[in-house]
Design a protein around this ligand. Structure first.
Ligand SMILES: Nc1ncnc2c1ncn2[C@@H]1O[C@H](COP(=O)(O)OP(=O)(O)OP(=O)(O)O)[C@@H](O)[C@H]1O
Ligand SMILES: [Mg+2]
Length: 469
């Protein structure tokens, strides 16, 4: 009896993955896809350019990783998958993290490195950061698939580079993510006949459909309700994060007037007293001193035309007079001089740099956004009493706006913009907000898994079949 030809076997295997990738994912990757995930897989295998917009937590990253593996298996004689996303962390720990789990759990073999899965020469999945257009060059091969997770943040230059390497007839691009930007390649894909587009709100998640939270990490009804409550169902956050719709209109109000008006005028004293200072930069601006405890704004003073020496003297005086536990100063610009002088005098001061990296880098663009968001939470919860006589001073908080930047991180409108609208600087708001600059506790989660051993892996088998003459 004639031996089966290894090459024929390999071609048949590749062909079977190409024609029914969902079956490969189900049988070889042991992953039961939900029907909408199957639609995404089928779309990618039937069309060269697919864009998927959705709400959070529907299993986008996992299905993208499964598609990446299926694609490599459908072109085993040489192919590349390039994985990219808005941040390096997202590429490595989430997108490539899902791929690594699938490879290890199913003992697929190959050389699984931190940022690369090398199956053979010219056969690999690679992580490439979306700030490096040159990283996308030089991967012309039999077939290339580029997977762009969190695609709304994709810079134009990277998109151009990706288009440049996907000119072959088997090449594909998958753009997938939340629709948070109304410009750029992801947005354009939904307005172009070159792209096959799909759309899913978070409500497709099986945790919502089956009304029990069976799969951790996928959207739940409670999560959807919490977004509706925190931002309102008319907000752009709800549109993008839950409905999977592109934002409408402009930025959102940071603190709705209704919340501000509902704040109590006084609450029982609680906790230590802190002092926040916004040091005036220009002629018309005021240097503002705000003292608060956990619950109440206790004292507010504003002065024009003060130099840094006078400001330092005042801080020392207030510190003693009110038994202040911690002093916060925005150290940007002239505030830096005040911080230096106080330190020289041996006064402990917490210098706040608004433009610095926040503790929660996944959510916030900078410290400024993080501290304003903390203040917003306190106001929303009614946990800050503002006495009647200073109410009008802090009303400027209600004219501040926020938006999501191109990486999906929350950002407070630039001070120059607010200034233009208010026709003055929001000095009171800034003096109050610096007092919210305490770090929260952060935990570190390890995503590493142990690699299991196996006799012959799928990748070894394919390489063996390919090398037999
Ligand atoms: N078909 C599936 N079977 C089992 N688990 C799944 C399935 N799809 C997704 N998951 C798991 O659900 C969790 C969330 O999935 P994933 O991160 O892919 O969602 P996402 O839509 O990318 O989320 P986000 O919007 O936050 O980026 C992950 O732990 C993932 O492994
Ligand atoms: Mg994801």
């Amino acid at each position: 009896m004639a031996q089966p030809n290894p090459k024929t076997e390999l071609v048949a295997f590749a062909e079977s993955v190409r024609t029914d990738p969902c079956a490969f994912i189900e049988n070889t990757l042991n992953t039961d896809l939900f029907s909408y995930q199957q639609e995404i897989v089928d779309a990618v295998f039937s069309h060269p350019r697919v864009a998927v917009r959705s709400g959070n937590g529907i299993g986008k990253s996992l299905v993208s990783a499964a598609i990446a593996i299926a694609f490599l298996m459908s072109y085993p004689l040489g192919s590349y998958v390039i994985l990219t996303s808005s941040t390096w962390r997202n590429i490595k720990t989430i997108l490539f993290g899902e791929l690594r789990k699938l490879v290890r759990r199913n003992k697929l073999g190959g050389d699984l490195q931190q940022e690369k899965w090398q199956l053979d020469e010219n056969w690999a999945a690679l992580c490439i950061n979306s700030d490096r257009p040159e990283g996308f060059q030089g991967h012309h091969n039999q077939a290339v698939l580029v997977v762009i997770d969190e695609a709304s943040a994709l810079p134009d230059a990277i998109y151009e580079a990706i288009i440049g390497i996907t000119t072959g007839e088997n090449d594909k691009i998958l753009q997938i993510g939340n629709p948070i930007n109304t410009e750029g390649p992801f947005y354009n894909a939904f307005h172009s006949s070159n792209w096959t587009t799909l759309h899913y709100p978070s409500t497709v998640s099986p945790n919502v459909q089956r009304s029990k939270n069976a799969i951790p990490g996928l959207a739940t009804q409670q999560w959807i309700d919490s977004i509706a409550e925190e931002y309102s169902i008319d907000s752009n956050v709800y549109r993008a994060r839950v409905l999977g719709e592109f934002p409408e209109g402009s930025d959102e109000s940071l603190i709705p007037l209704g919340w501000y008006e509902a704040l109590p005028e006084d609450l029982p004293p609680s906790g230590d007293k802190v002092l926040g200072v916004d040091v005036a930069r220009f002629g018309a601006d005021q240097t503002v001193f705000v003292i608060r405890d956990n619950n109440n704004i206790l004292s507010v003073e504003a002065h024009s035309g003060w130099d840094t020496m006078k400001t330092c003297g005042k801080i020392q005086q207030l510190k003693t007079e009110h038994d202040i536990d911690q002093v916060f100063v925005d150290e940007t610009g002239v505030g830096g001089g005040v911080v230096d002088r106080l330190r020289e005098q041996g006064v402990a001061v917490s210098a706040v740099t608004f433009s610095a990296s926040p503790y929660d880098r996944a959510q916030f663009a900078n410290v400024r956004a993080e501290v304003y968001w903390r203040l917003r939470q306190a106001i929303r919860a009614g946990e800050l009493a503002i006495p009647k006589h200073v109410r009008s001073k802090f009303l400027e908080l209600c004219s501040m706006r926020y938006k999501f930047n191109s990486s999906g991180r929350l950002q407070i409108e630039e001070k120059s913009e607010i200034k233009r609208r208010l026709t003055r600087s929001p000095d009171h708001a800034e003096a109050l907000v610096v007092t919210y600059a305490e770090p929260p506790t952060v935990g570190v989660i390890s995503l590493e898994e142990k690699a299991p051993q196996q006799a012959e892996t799928l990748v070894q088998r394919i390489n063996r079949l390919a090398t037999v003459d």
